[in-house]
Design a protein around this ligand. Structure first.
Ligand SMILES: [Fe+2]
Length: 266
């Protein structure tokens, strides 16, 4: 039996702080074997820098997954090429795209494949994720496969879950920053949740200052989306997997708020 903790989109400096404060304790509490963290929004301006990626590793991540903002910071490209555990969506494009979307966590007793994919409904164009995952699975020789499906539409995410039910160990959604209440084990014993939620400021709109979003939604004037600051929560999902069959035995959502911040506690 292995436990895979999947942490949702870390948002900005406060998300990083929250991750550093809460992740080590959660890993001990739930005897976590492998930790995946979606980090595409963890740096400045909804991007990821090499330095921020290193902080996510220091906090306890084994694999960092990405999404639509992965390529926003050009400084990350070299790290994407050289670090096998830093993923970008596998279906971003077929040729000329830096990095990889699939990695292997080999612990001897078990070999876990992590796949990162991006949706195409209400998102920018990418290769079809259904065919992309079919192709990836054909080449694998381990039953343990966990997929971060970074997508906007709930329907696309649930369709992916059912399309690969029994073919992957678990599929979890990221990108929408709000944890959904549909964590379940699908009929074919694939662990599933539409979105694991965000690791970032609680009193925000998906991590961004609420006043900016409200004003933008009222007046439709261009605005710079500045990240909110304040007390944060870590959101994720914990999958318990049978390492021999790759089946999901248990799924549990996690939402842990950091202790109230006091002055000078940053
Ligand atoms: Fe995203």
């Amino acid at each position: 039996m292995i436990r895979v903790l999947c942490v949702g989109d870390v948002s900005g400096d406060d998300g990083i702080r929250c991750l550093k404060r809460l992740l080590p304790g959660l890993k001990r509490e739930f005897s976590v074997d492998v930790t995946l963290v979606n980090g595409e929004n963890a740096g400045k301006q909804n991007s990821l820098s090499p330095e921020t990626a290193r902080q996510i590793y220091e906090a306890g991540a084994d694999v960092i997954t990405g999404g639509n903002h992965t390529f926003r910071n050009p400084a990350l490209r070299e790290m994407l090429e050289t670090d096998p555990c830093l993923l970008r969506p596998a279906n971003w494009g077929k040729k000329g795209v830096p990095g990889r979307g699939v990695t292997l966590v080999d612990r001897g007793r078990y070999r876990l494949v992590v796949v990162n994919l991006i949706g195409v409904t209400y998102m920018n164009p990418a290769e079809n994720p259904f065919y992309a995952l079919d192709e990836i699975l054909e080449a694998l020789d381990t039953p343990l496969v966990v997929v971060d499906f970074h997508a906007e539409a709930t329907g696309e995410k649930r369709a992916m879950g059912f399309a690969f039910d029994g073919k992957v160990s678990a599929l979890f959604g990221t990108h929408t920053h709000v944890q959904t209440a549909d964590a379940q084990i699908l009929p074919g014993q694939t662990g599933y949740i539409t979105d694991v939620g965000m690791t970032g400021v609680v009193d925000s709109v998906l991590g961004v200052k609420k006043e900016i979003i409200i004003s933008w939604m009222k007046d439709h004037l261009p605005a710079k989306f500045t990240l909110e600051e304040g007390n944060s929560a870590l959101c994720g999902v914990l999958f318990t997997l049978d390492e021999k069959t790759g089946r999901c035995l248990e799924v549990q959502t996690i939402r842990r708020e950091e202790p109230l911040r006091r002055e000078g506690n940053r």
